[in-house]
Design a protein around this ligand. Structure first.
Ligand code: CA
Ligand code: CA
Ligand code: CA
Length: 472
């Protein structure tokens, strides 16, 4: 989990002290949390219904459904058991017993047909006990927003699907009470956004430092299996801090995160991080970009970044000739230097890890051949034409067209009076003259370059015949 201190990256920081990004999920590869978060996020089973298992796909790091260059975490209900997860808040960033502190997070659901709670607990390993572990508990229950007040939950509003919510839990860990603020626009909360005021900790919770973000999904009637509750940008602050988290990191990568078939002459580009004090604008204090790029692993261990001067809203980098190779997955990351901060300076804003996969070394097919139908009643039918579009980046590809027919198997077609074959660097066609019943079958193409071969799908040639003559 990140321990980056985002000092000064908050709008209207209301108190002295440092806000801390607990997690924005950008440093993980997508996948099941038990396998990709290095123990920062831990699956839990609440003890009721069926345990989906720690390695179940119900809890994942995933791409933000609204922004392909952002990563988030989710719990998906399967409506058969009570389960969830917790994230470790580093001790220095916990809301300490006897102090006031704020938890900020964002959430997003795919339908409102769920029953899932999230919030804070002091229990270090809340792997059993389910809902009773919460100190501070916000619940999303079939469209209603609830907040726990001591021994019972109170409905304080509603929520919608397919909307990112910004939520603050301001905790008084002396009086063991908390207030909740929620809104849908990325601007600081005000008293108008407060839905719960000084609610008591859940009575069964254990008092102490609030040092785990915790979420548990329930099961029951009117819950839709497959509903996902996503979280992003979990931040703690000392005192009351009603600002929205602004990462300030580079964003909008090209190639898009996860792009495939990327050409070897790719140019990397991105947008410069925004000004946390004015998120509509580029951060004027970003003076350099530090670019990390490699194909062996996504953590850039031991790498010295490439330094690129920052100038304006975007930047780009052209890798040297022959650097980018076919058939590889590349990882890259852009960190933003604040007033020439060094790559390891905590003021440098670390970016998310992006990846792309380059073109295969063998030819690859961009458009498969399509079925051809021939009018059997036409004594002089036009040629039947099959087309395959392809790319072969590393060396020229040659096509071999073949026919498959039941009982005959695969026949290599040679140019002559029946077949004509043409090709360029990107397209090949097979033309069959005077197509008739004996030409019925499946046609396909094998493209071969210096590295290897790729075979297209098979496309049928069908002769339509009049099956019955209508009586006069
Ligand atoms: Ca994120
Ligand atoms: Ca604890
Ligand atoms: Ca307390």
């Amino acid at each position: 989990m990140k321990k980056l201190i985002f000092l000064g990256l908050f709008i209207g920081l209301a108190v002295s002290g440092q806000s801390a990004l607990v997690d924005d999920f950008e440093s993980y590869q997508p996948g099941v949390i038990s396998q990709v978060t290095g123990g920062n996020w831990v699956p839990v089973y609440g003890g009721a219904g069926t345990d989906p298992g720690a390695d179940s796909t119900v809890r994942q790091i995933a791409v933000d459904p609204t922004n392909s260059s952002n990563r988030v975490i989710y719990v998906e209900t399967n409506n058969t058991g009570q389960y969830g997860m917790y994230g470790v808040i580093p001790s220095a960033d916990a809301i300490k017993d006897g102090t006031i502190g704020t938890l900020f997070c964002q959430f997003y659901v795919t339908t409102t047909a769920l029953d899932q709670s999230f919030g804070l607990t002091s229990i270090d390993s809340p792997t059993s006990g389910g809902f009773a572990n919460f100190n501070c508990q916000v619940a999303l229950v079939r469209g209603n927003l609830l907040v726990r007040n001591g021994g019972s939950s109170q409905t304080v509003g509603t929520f919608q699907a397919n909307t990112w919510y910004y939520l603050w839990i301001v905790v008084n860990n002396s009086s063991n009470t908390y207030s909740v603020y929620i809104k849908t626009t990325p601007s600081p909360a005000t008293s108008a956004d407060r839905v719960a005021t000084d609610f008591a900790f859940r009575t069964s919770g254990t008092d102490g430092d609030l040092d785990r973000f915790y979420t548990i999904a329930n099961y029951g009637s009117n819950i839709t299996a497959g509903t996902r509750l996503h979280f992003d940008n979990i931040v703690t602050s000392p005192g009351e801090n009603l600002s929205v988290y602004v990462s300030g990191a580079a964003f909008n990568p090209s190639p898009a995160n996860g792009a495939t078939n990327v050409p070897l002459d790719v140019v990397l580009s991105w947008n410069t991080g925004v000004d946390p004090a004015n998120p509509e604008q580029v951060n004027p204090n970003i003076t350099k970009h530090y670019l990390y790029l490699r194909h062996t692993e996504p953590n850039f261990v031991g790498m010295t970044p490439i330094t690129i001067p920052a100038a304006g809203a975007s930047a780009s980098y052209t890798p040297p000739a022959l650097f980018i190779e076919a058939d590889r997955t590349y990882y890259w990351r852009v960190d933003e230097s604040i007033n020439d901060s060094s790559p390891t300076d905590p003021n440098t804003i670390r970016g998310g890890v992006w990846s792309f996969k380059t073109i295969p070394a063998v030819p690859y097919i961009e458009e498969q051949p399509s079925e051809v139908r021939v009018d059997g009643s036409n004594p002089t039918p036009p040629p039947a034409v099959f087309t395959v579009k392809f790319r072969s980046e590393l060396s020229a590809a040659q096509p071999t067209w073949k026919k498959y027919a039941d009982g005959v198997n695969d026949t290599v077609l040679t140019a002559g009076s029946k077949y004509s074959i043409s090709w360029t660097d990107t397209v090949t066609t097979l033309s069959i003259s005077n197509p008739g019943v004996s030409d019925q079958g499946y046609y396909y193409c094998v493209l071969t370059n210096l590295t290897g071969s790729t075979t297209s799908q098979q496309a049928p040639l069908i002769v339509n015949r009049l099956l019955a003559r209508q009586l006069q």
